[in-house]
Write a protein that binds this ligand. Structure first.
Ligand code: ADP
Length: 322
């Protein structure tokens, strides 16, 4: 019987720790006697047959690097029935028996479609946003939080020196986890997230005035990307309070940097788990963290789950950051 061949790809937005997951898939696959192919630039690599043969040494010296050694992409062509069929045909031509897809929900929809076209796929959650409903943790989130905290700490130094207010946008289009955690860690006067509607007067101006009366002279407002509008918010805050206010968008710096311990370990463990699922003949599964333990769900089921926002922690922030 010929050796089982598996492929690994990273898709959608990159996240620190993806390299640890790739490394784990390659080394676990080889330890199971499998042949492992690395696919370049997400699903585009399957459409273009852009793959590389992986061995133990091809994943040396990557665990401490951010980004993804396999590159990543968004692939509009793959996101069509013809694209999925072409990718599945190419997998068969390349002898690929299963694919580990490291990415977010969009990439998992692709994995579900590719499984439907006859190629067993397993998803591994990699996104700095922590916006995957089925998993309480996604690879890259810890590093991104720590980067955001470091950046806002730097902003605070200058904000404090000038008695200013800083309105800072952090990543998270649909998910306020990064804003909430960062906001708590930097002592933000207000934290705005897409999950909780806010009232400009009550949640920003009144809180600033209250803390001002107790002696506070500088303010940090953390805003999730999904709420946005930081330039307008800054203008309005300055107009209503008379406090000089600056807007900062942290942007893509939050995606980069050497992965934290947590992301290296999560990537390693999840990559191992995904490869084991393929070895055991499983398909259309997504690897998740639940109650601090790694487990797996059916992809379709996982995609239909609803995210829950940690409202208790949000309420705690309100009390302690005043
Ligand atoms: P993420 O995986 O980070 O959520 P995207 O939403 O951009 O990122 O998705 C990454 C890629 O996954 C897309 O460019 C596309 O190739 C594929 N994809 C996304 N949605 C679907 C879908 N509904 N069906 C098939 N493929 C999809």
């Amino acid at each position: 019987m010929s050796k089982k061949t598996i492929a690994v790809l990273t898709s959608g937005g990159d996240a620190p720790g993806m390299n640890a997951a790739i490394r784990a898939v390659v080394r676990t696959g080889i330890s199971f006697g499998m042949r492992v192919l690395g696919v370049h630039r997400g699903y585009n690599g399957l459409l273009n047959k852009d793959v590389q043969e992986m061995d133990l040494r091809s994943v040396s010296d990557i665990i401490h690097h951010g980004g993804t050694m396999l590159f990543t992409a968004r692939s509009p062509e793959f996101n069509t029935p013809e694209g999925v069929k072409k990718a599945a045909d190419h997998c068969r031509e390349l002898g690929i028996d299963g694919v580990v897809v490291i990415g977010g929900d969009g990439s998992f929809r692709g994995a579900r479609d590719l499984t439907g076209a006859g190629i067993p796929c397993i998803g591994v959650p990699g996104t700095i946003d922590n916006d995957i409903a089925s998993s309480e943790y996604t690879i890259g989130f810890d590093t991104a939080m720590n980067t955001a905290v470091e950046m806002v700490d730097r902003l605070r130094d200058t904000t404090e020196s000038h008695d200013r207010c800083s309105v800072v946008e952090v990543m998270g289009r649909r998910c306020g986890d990064l804003a909430l955690q960062t906001g708590i860690a930097v002592g933000a006067t207000s934290i705005l997230v897409p999950e909780v509607p806010f009232d400009f007067q009550r949640d920003i101006i009144e809180r600033m005035r209250f803390t001002q009366k107790t002696g506070k002279k500088h303010f940090i407002i953390v805003v999730a990307e999904g709420v946005g509008g930081v330039a307008d918010l800054a203008k309005e805050i300055e107009k209503q309070t008379g406090i000089e206010t600056r807007a900062t968008v942290l942007g893509h710096v939050q995606r980069g940097g050497s992965p934290s311990l947590r992301d290296r370990v999560a990537g390693s463990a999840m990559g191992y788990y995904a490869t084991k699922l393929l070895k055991d003949g499983k398909s259309n599964r997504v690897v998740v963290m639940q109650g601090g333990k790694i487990t797996d769900f059916d992809i379709t089921e996982a995609l239909n789950m609803k995210r829950t926002f940690d409202k208790d922690l949000y309420d705690i922030a309100h009390v302690v950051s005043i």
